[in-house]
Design a protein around this ligand. Structure first.
Ligand SMILES: C[S@@+](CC[C@H](N)C(=O)[O-])C[C@H]1O[C@@H](n2cnc3c(N)ncnc32)[C@H](O)[C@@H]1O
Length: 247
């Protein structure tokens, strides 16, 4: 397997990233994160172009970030208020940021961008190291669903369809290594863009164990940012882990 490069994802997508995420429930996420922070400082792992961080900062919270992609950070910096959010460029499994936070956030499936179980455990440990006593680590990601794949373990899904853009995702599952290899194909009047992203997936219970290894306990697991119950049919989760102690 090639060595993990935390800047690779951003290099392929940074200039169009914001166009690809306007359907996400950003307002609900910001509302919930603002509530969970309780007025305290927030650190976002994989801060990207600031989809969540900038609205949180605009609400008066102190926000910092870590991102592996200089291209994504440049897009953040170019936005109003983007130059006031300190960002460390590095791998969020190991990068350290000055400060002690009420909330560490890892949204939009990005825990699975780390290529191994070991790296994901390191990320939980790193999140805990940045939290105050009683602080929270929020992870948003999908629930693995191998049954959705064909018998050859491939899948082709339509992700977006409008007059201006069609996006499909080709995926291949490698269950023995818990990897899903994907490339999105985004088609617009300007042509085709290939957007590769590989995911080392994990079931919610494995993430819970990683949290315990890092000294945290699960406080909530929701199906979405509104706090809807997580059920047998849930295909994604927002999970809140907490360090012992009072904030
Ligand atoms: C899917 S984007 C999410 C951006 C933002 N959190 C959002 O919700 O819109 C994932 C981001 O995480 C960054 N990233 C992925 N793996 C990383 C790693 N190991 N260390 C640091 N940043 C990483 C990418 O560069 C990208 O900016």
């Amino acid at each position: 397997m090639p060595e993990f490069d935390a800047s690779a994802y951003g290099r392929s997508i940074a200039d169009i990233y914001d166009e690809t995420v306007h359907d996400l429930p950003t307002d609900a996420a910001v509302e919930q994160l603002h509530r969970l922070a309780g007025g305290g400082p927030v650190l976002e792992f994989g801060i990207g172009t600031g989809r969540l961080a900038l609205p949180l900062a605009a609400r008066g919270l102190t926000v910092a970030g870590v991102d592996g992609s200089p291209d994504m950070v440049a897009a953040l910096r170019a936005k109003p208020g983007g130059d006031r959010v300190p960002v460390a460029v590095g791998d969020f499994a190991s990068a350290r940021v000055e400060g002690s936070f009420a909330l560490v956030v890892l949204a939009f499936n990005t825990i699975f961008a780390l290529p191994s179980q070991e790296a994901q455990i390191d990320c939980f440990v790193n999140a805990a190291a940045h939290l105050r006593p009683g602080g929270r680590f929020v992870v948003e990601t999908w629930v693995p669903d191998p049954a959705a794949f064909r018998s050859d373990r491939t899948d082709l899904r339509l992700l977006a369809l409008s007059d201006d853009v069609v996006t499909v995702e080709a995926a291949r599952l490698a269950p023995a290594e818990q990897m899903m290899y994907t490339t999105k194909v985004r088609m617009t009047g300007d042509g085709l863009r290939l957007l590769p992203a590989n995911h080392r997936y994990a079931w919610p219970a494995e993430l819970d164990l990683m949290a315990r290894l890092a000294g945290m306990e699960r406080e909530h697991r929701w199906a979405d940012w509104t706090g809807a119950p997580f059920t047998d049919d849930s295909r994604a989760h927002v999970t809140i882990y907490r360090l012992p102690g009072e904030v």
